[in-house]
Ligand binder design. Structure first.
Ligand code: FAD
Length: 391
């Protein structure tokens, strides 16, 4: 299916960026979230993982294929707004882990899409987009995640195989993934010696163990171990030693989506607080009657709307084939720092009820930090932005 832009929707939706097609897609995703996710999210959070069946249902709902080629079961779209909508609707569950894990192919599969051969796409992309297999991305190592160019997991070529030794950590969907796009060192030190291999579950010498986390509970996060794991050369994505650029390109998209997630989670906090403040009575009056509470709410809205304006603008620029790397870094920092402030205020407005398990604002508050760290920590975003801006 190819979705094309036709008519802008302006009367009801005060944005020049969202079309009727976007809104139809939103309705589709909202139905999926209300039917499949909302009733089950607490059970998945307790189970510390999503059921595999959910991926198949998400594929049927048109969620997993967005942005991938039709030829391999994807749904081609003209802009990133579709993914922003998907993230926004999933965020209504207040579970960032749902977004991270259900959509882990969003970071694991693009290198296959951009640099893979037809055979690799048939094997590693088509079943993932159909929700039959799970994909993940493994860059970060126990020795460090920010300094990607110095990763140490080594792959040494022996005939038709690479022999892989090393370890990866903090890998989203790492326990369940069938296909892991793994960054390995095949050449010289530094960024010129990095390649990408798809390492399959069940490869002898590849084991994994789960990690317990502050938030994102329903997202299975793992440390991966490679001990003389033999990976076919046919699983290398792109030319040898050309993996670093693919990793960097991947990061841009991931950062936009993490910013979208931060914005959407902040919006959920605001919506929850507004409803709560109207309902909750203290000293004989609803909280909303207190100026200090109203000011907290308008401060939230002011910051949330500013993030959304920049998010939409950058999505539009990306749809026009621009690559605003510095602005994407700064957006990620703006969105995640906004979420940290908004989620903190949200728990405060809820009082003790905001500290209890089961409150949406409680979960979101626990999940704020991962967005400021994952996909490039705030400090690294500032460094990269300043370099891009020529400082
Ligand atoms: C829940 C979760 C899920 C994740 N999922 C994935 C995944 O699917 N795949 C994957 O590959 N990775 C994943 N990550 C890893 C994530 O991308 C890294 O945690 C992140 O890149 C930071 O790396 P690090 O944790 O090793 O921190 P470090 O690199 O050790 O940095 C520690 C701190 O020092 C700061 N710092 C580092 N260098 C500098 C410097 N030069 N100047 C100033 N400050 C600096 C950092 O900003 C950070 O605040 C995940 C992480 C989490 C927590």
């Amino acid at each position: 299916m190819v979705i094309t832009v036709t008519k802008l929707v302006t009367p009801n939706i005060p944005s020049p960026f969202y079309t009727e097609e976007h809104e139809a897609f939103r309705t589709q995703v909202r139905r999926f979230v209300e039917r499949e996710c909302t009733p089950n999210i607490e059970a998945w959070e307790t189970a510390l993982e999503l059921p595999r069946e959910l991926h198949r249902k998400a594929a049927e709902a048109g969620l997993l294929g967005i942005g991938f080629p039709e030829a391999y079961g994807g749904i081609e779209v003209p802009d990133p707004f579709y993914m922003v909508i998907a993230v926004e609707e999933l965020a209504r569950t207040s579970s960032g882990g749902l977004i991270a894990s259900l959509l882990s192919h969003g970071i694991g599969s693009p290198p296959v899409m951009h640099m893979g051969t037809h055979e690799q796409k048939e094997k590693f992309l088509r079943p993932v987009l159909a929700g039959e297999k799970i994909a993940a991305l493994a860059i970060t190592e126990p020795g460090g995640g920010s300094d990607v160019a110095n990763l140490r997991t080594r792959a040494v070529r022996e005939g038709d195989h690479y022999v892989v030794n090393g370890s990866k950590t903090f890998i989203t969907s790492g326990m369940r993934a069938d296909y892991l796009t793994v960054a390995v060192r095949t050449g010289e030190p530094g960024l010129g010696g990095v390649s990408l291999l798809v390492i399959e579950a069940g490869t002898p010498g590849f084991t994994r163990s789960p990690l317990e986390k502050m938030g994102w509970w329903c997202s299975d996060t793992a440390t991966l171990y490679f001990e003389d794991a033999r990976v076919p050369v046919a699983n290398r994505i792109g030319p040898e030693n050309a993996g670093f650029m693919a990793i960097m390109m991947n990061f841009n998209n991931e950062r936009i989506m993490l910013a979208a997630q931060a914005w959407a989670s902040a919006q959920v906090c605001y919506d929850e607080c507004l409803a709560y403040a109207r309902d909750r009575q203290t000293f004989g009056k609803p909280l909303i009657m207190r100026q200090v509470i109203r000011h907290k709410l308008v401060d939230m809205k002011m910051q949330i709307d500013a993030v959304k304006a920049q998010l939409d603008l950058l999505c539009w620029r990306i749809s026009k084939k621009q690559l605003p790397i510095a602005e994407v870094c700064l957006l990620k920092n703006l969105a995640t720092s906004t979420l940290e402030r908004v989620a903190g205020e949200a728990v405060q407005i809820f009082g003790g009820a905001g500290y209890l398990r089961g409150a949406k604002v409680e979960r979101i508050f626990r999940e704020t930090k991962v967005l400021s760290i994952g996909g490039g920590a705030s400090e690294i975003m500032k460094d990269l932005a300043s370099k891009q801006l020529g400082y």
